[in-house]
Design a binder for this molecule. Structure first.
Ligand SMILES: Nc1nc2c(ncn2[C@@H]2O[C@H](COP(=O)(O)OP(=O)(O)O)[C@@H](O)[C@H]2O)c(=O)[nH]1
Ligand SMILES: [Mg+2]
Length: 194
């Protein structure tokens, strides 16, 4: 028997970096022409298989605008994985990258965070790329360069995310075995004590 462990994966980043596109590209396999701006947070789920284990990944797609920030904090508080996303085709300030990393460090006890570069099908801004790689190294975060349009690295990213949760499946199995043992003991007690 295999136990399901659901992974809560939250995407954060400025408005327009491509969070909704990446979620849709992963779940639906394509990016619709007109993506509507995310209000609050939307939610999608997709199963990923690691060996015989089915791992449902919940993708929480948050709105980037400042006015929703208090609301979106509620979503990443109990996330397992956070994808901190930046548009590779645009210039970026270091302080913006650090803003998001600190925001997640202060508000979330996630098991794994990634820095995700988006839109790598467009001509990329080399300065942005270098800054992201350097900061990822400094902060010991994995960096993955993606495109929602070509689907570059999308499946690789979510397979990696699913694999990070495998140890939890083993723990859950142990828990279930212990519970079964306790039930057996309870039945034995009933037989002998009553
Ligand atoms: N070329 C390209 N455009 C993208 C990509 N991802 C998103 N976009 C475009 O960038 C714009 C903002 O994307 P969206 O997913 O709504 O950003 P969000 O505000 O972070 O959710 C849309 O016009 C998308 O079509 C990508 O990988 N490549
Ligand atoms: Mg969006």
């Amino acid at each position: 028997m295999t136990q399901n462990v659901t992974v809560k994966c939250v995407m954060v980043g400025d408005s327009g970096v491509g969070k909704s596109a990446l979620a849709l590209s992963f779940v639906k396999g394509y990016v619709p022409r007109n993506i509507t701006s995310t209000i609050g947070t939307s939610f999608l789920v997709q199963n990923v298989y690691v060996g015989k284990h089915k791992i449902p990944i919940e993708i929480w797609d948050t709105a980037g605008q400042e006015r929703y920030r208090c609301l979106t904090r509620l979503y990443y508080r109990d996330a397992n994985v956070v994808l901190i996303m930046f548009d590779l085709s645009l210039p970026i300030q270091k302080k913006n990258i650090y803003y998001w990393i600190n925001e997640i460090n202060e508000n979330c006890e996630c098991t794994k965070n990634y820095i995700i570069g988006t839109k790598n099908d467009l001509p990329i801004n080399l300065e942005t790329y270098k800054k992201l790689i350097n900061i990822a190294q400094k902060k010991q975060l994995d960096f993955i360069s993606t495109s929602a349009i070509t689907r570059k690295n999308i499946n690789t990213l979510f397979s990696q995310i699913a694999q990070t949760q495998l140890p939890k499946i083993k723990i859950n199995k142990n828990k279930i075995q212990i519970q079964e043992k306790q039930l057996e003991n309870a039945s034995l007690l009933k037989m002998f004590c009553c």
